[in-house]
Write a protein that binds this ligand. Structure first.
Ligand SMILES: [Zn+2]
Length: 422
């Protein structure tokens, strides 16, 4: 019995797998960056004509890469090297005259590497920490000499031999895409006799890597592949305040310039403007975490309603302490739109707390408030939820954020785009 059951299960699994395997969608929707990060590296430049074309492709697709530069080429084409640096790429060391380091004595190894470092520093880039020996020709001795200079030897994982005469763009592309895995370093050339094909393959390499769920990153000083560091922006928002005793959520969206392969986090806090915490909105702070592959998250802050006819009021959400992300726009304004009619034309509830004049017919709960005072109606004490009346439901857009947790942060991270966009 047991055996038969097991056999049945096995059969089902086999059939399911057999059914699924032959028909994967050509490019199933893959979460961006979900497979990790790979690094594109370009050797043998900077070249006066071909390197700018490589830079144009990278810039057009917002890719940062690492350039292993030949010192004599830097000296010959300093403006190109400067642009490589200005475009945000990493400059690394590929010796001064593309020497085979295994054929040099230790002093000459140090000399060619040091001279290249000086050329790169000379165009305004940081002193390189990575050395790629030409031809990949190295040895324990060569590696130790490099280490002794406080630098690190870095080779590659994926080599489509794009420099080979006649190697087609399609072949270069296929060899690169086939070799990708998380953390892979891809060797390409921005100067070679076959560079036209390398450049022709580049857009398809970038798009293909991304469609397979890889981010394109650079190398850090230790030679590790670093995920992209997106820029975050928070948008202004307007929210209509609602009636006294009700609460609404101001939902602020934080957008990243691109997806990345690690979660990023940003602290946030509310800051008073003409709107005052505890009266017009609920003070809050927290940490927004945007998951890997996502490009947006939301922050929710509770806005309190009142029945006072008053100007629109504002407060600020400020972002800080970004991790894995830079801040391109770190402050957003929340405008609370007043929805109360002027006193003279009011009827029903709005009239009660405006002026004693006609007598408070409807509600007895509201303390007498001067016309332009900021006393929060119905909420005489702290920042709690006491003001929530029985009529609040229809105005509470987000039912969760403050029930039962009077002072907790109202953070929520999501890229789903569902939820509370106003
Ligand atoms: Zn080379």
């Amino acid at each position: 019995m047991l055996r038969r059951t097991a056999a049945t299960v096995t059969l089902v699994v086999t059939l399911t797998a057999g059914w699924a395997l032959p028909t994967p969608p050509a490019h199933a929707a893959v979460t961006p960056c979900s497979r990790g990060t790979v690094a594109l590296t370009f050797d043998d430049g900077p070249h006066a004509r071909s390197t700018p074309r490589v830079l144009d492709v990278l810039a057009g697709r917002r890719v940062k890469a690492t350039f292993f530069q030949v010192g004599s080429m830097v000296a010959a084409n300093p403006a190109v090297a400067r642009r490589v640096h200005a475009d945000g790429h990493v400059l690394a060391n590929h010796t001064y005259r593309h020497e085979n380091l295994t054929r040099l004595g230790n002093a000459d190894i140090r000399r060619t590497i040091d001279r290249t470092n000086r050329a790169i520093v000379g165009i305004g880039a940081p002193k390189p920490t990575l050395v790629r020996p030409p031809y990949g020709a190295t040895s324990t001795r060569v590696r130790d000499v490099i280490s002794g200079m406080g630098m690190r030897q870095l080779l590659w994982d994926v080599d489509p031999q794009d420099w080979r005469s006649g190697r087609s763009a399609a072949t270069i592309r296929d060899l690169v895409l086939r070799g990708l895995r998380d953390g892979a370093v891809v060797l390409l050339h921005d100067a070679s006799a076959n560079v036209d094909r390398s450049i022709a393959a580049l857009p398809a390499i970038i798009d293909g890597a991304r469609s397979r769920g890889y981010c394109l990153g650079t190398l850090d000083q230790a030679g590790r592949v670093v995920p992209p560091v997106p820029a975050a922006r928070i948008d202004d928002v307007e929210v209509t305040e609602g009636a006294a005793g009700t609460k609404r959520s101001a939902v602020l969206t934080v957008r990243l310039s691109e997806p990345t392969s690690r979660a990023v986090s940003i602290d946030w806090t509310t800051v008073d403007g003409s709107a005052v915490a505890g009266e017009d909105y609920k003070a809050a702070s927290g940490t927004l975490t945007i998951p890997r592959g996502a490009t947006r998250g939301t922050i929710k802050v509770t806005v309190r309603g009142d029945d006072l006819d008053e100007p629109n009021e504002r407060f600020t959400i400020r972002l800080r302490s970004p991790a894995g992300v830079t801040l391109a726009r770190a402050k957003a304004r929340v405008t609370i739109l007043d929805d109360d009619p002027p006193a003279a034309s009011t009827k029903a509830d709005a009239s009660a707390e405006r002026d004693a004049g006609e007598g408070a017919a409807d509600t007895a709960q509201t303390p007498d408030a001067p016309a332009d005072a900021d006393v929060p109606t119905g909420a005489p004490t702290e920042d709690g939820d006491a003001a929530t009346g029985a009529t609040a439901e229809e105005d509470v857009q987000e039912a969760d954020d403050d029930s039962g947790a009077p002072t907790g942060p109202a953070t929520e991270a999501s890229d789903a785009g569902t939820g509370g966009d106003p």
